[in-house]
Design a protein around this ligand. Sequence first.
Ligand SMILES: [Zn+2]
Length: 535
Amino acid sequence: MDDILIRGAHVVDGSGTPGRLADIAIRDGRIVAVTTETGRQAHRVIDATGLVAAPGFIDIHTHSDFTLPLNPRAESKMRQGVTTEVVGNCGFSTAPALPGRVQMLRDYLAASAPWLDFRETTFTDYMDTFPATSVNTIMQVGHHTLRLMAMGHEDRAPHDDELRVMQELLAESLQAGALGLSSGLFTTPGGYATTDEMIALGHVLHRYGAGYASHIRDEANRVFEAVQEAITIGEQCDIHVQIAHLKLSGTDNWGGAANLLADIEAARQRGVRVDCDQYPYTTATNPLRNLLPTWVQAGGMEEMLERLADVDVRERLRQDIEAQGLNNFGRIPSWDDVRIAISPHQPDYAGQTIGDIARRRACDPLDAVCDYIMADQGHTRILITSMDEADVQTILRSPDILVGSDGTSLAPYGVTSQGKPHPRFYGTFARILGHYVRELGLLSLPQAIYKMTGGCAAALRLIERGVLREGYWADITLFDPQTIDDVATYDDPHQYARGISTVIVNGEVTIDAGEHTGALSGQVLRRGSGGVGTA
Ligand SMILES: [Zn+2]
């Protein structure tokens, strides 16, 4: 007798091949049959007539380590059909946190994780004590975090002993089962690192067979060089590289997607192991302070806040931005393209644009930005519309570019329901399957599902996940291909996607008839010699 039998589904198995009508039998957390044979008995039968059965979606690029301890039900992700999240991205991780450095890390991450409790911890202890959650999690250690631990917020190369501390902390994290190292070279303090520093860390990754995930140094005017830098690190260290949220930011760079994809394909052709992910929106989200040139953040938050009060500093900022556009985002059509998302100390501003604020205060927009950062102590997060829809679609059509939300798990209730976060936190996967597959026909359903499942599993070297196959873990999502869609908007982001009826994680039904059952059957998946899986 099976535990669960999913009957009559259109099975799209995650390999990219066309779907077929079949039943899926589950026992002891695993898929025991994908079959057209009749007569199987099960404790529970789920009628999947008219529904697609796919592997649970793998969100290869997220920041849910900031919220899973606060909302272990992973609501906004579960309701999109996500069953595995890769966390610790863009150089940000909440561990390790060394004695005497916890407050520094808390302050640094406040614009991303304003509600999270920080404590002293090694990476091993962090992984061992991560709370039970609804999703499987895969952890990465962040380069910003390592640098903060080793040398604070200094704008310089590390001394030998400081580099050794970073390498040792990285090795400790990898021994614990971290997937690899993430970097966020677009901002501080990681952006103060040279390529050589990253290569020195990459050699440690190579020793453990671990990978390197990068929010590259620039996604705007120097995006081509930044992609090359990531490829160089992968090539020189012989490690897998994951380029995060591939995009071209800033009006000067619009239209370059095909050339960027060609560069990546050329690296693959010569044997570099490089993968990329993407979220399907023209708007990004980041701490407001990161739009400013990186020199202004040297030394850390307090020093930055002091600098921002200085008229000469503001003049230099103004000139830099006029010459180059915004840090990492390039030129944007107007300051109305930057809107306040979450502002812990000034929550009433959520939803307003910098243009709005400057007009109301009758001041220059850059002064409005500096004043705002000072009033909110650098903790504010913004949304910035800086991409071209045609580039987004070119990248999305590419069969090898994977899907990652770059979003955190949120819920429309409780502490994570504050502000107006990016709608991708609630909508990414449903938006691709609804808007881009069904409405625009930009790619086929099996292709889209491959980019969310089998393709991610291969990039991550996941053991027995990502494809619907006998013997594999039963991470399964059922959805209605006629109704699946994202509902979250910039004005009203805290809305669950629709059309996902059942989500099963390690054989446990977690979304049942569209509602969360409260199951917390996710596992922390660790990298070992054979790949990434349960210990
Ligand atoms: Zn990022």
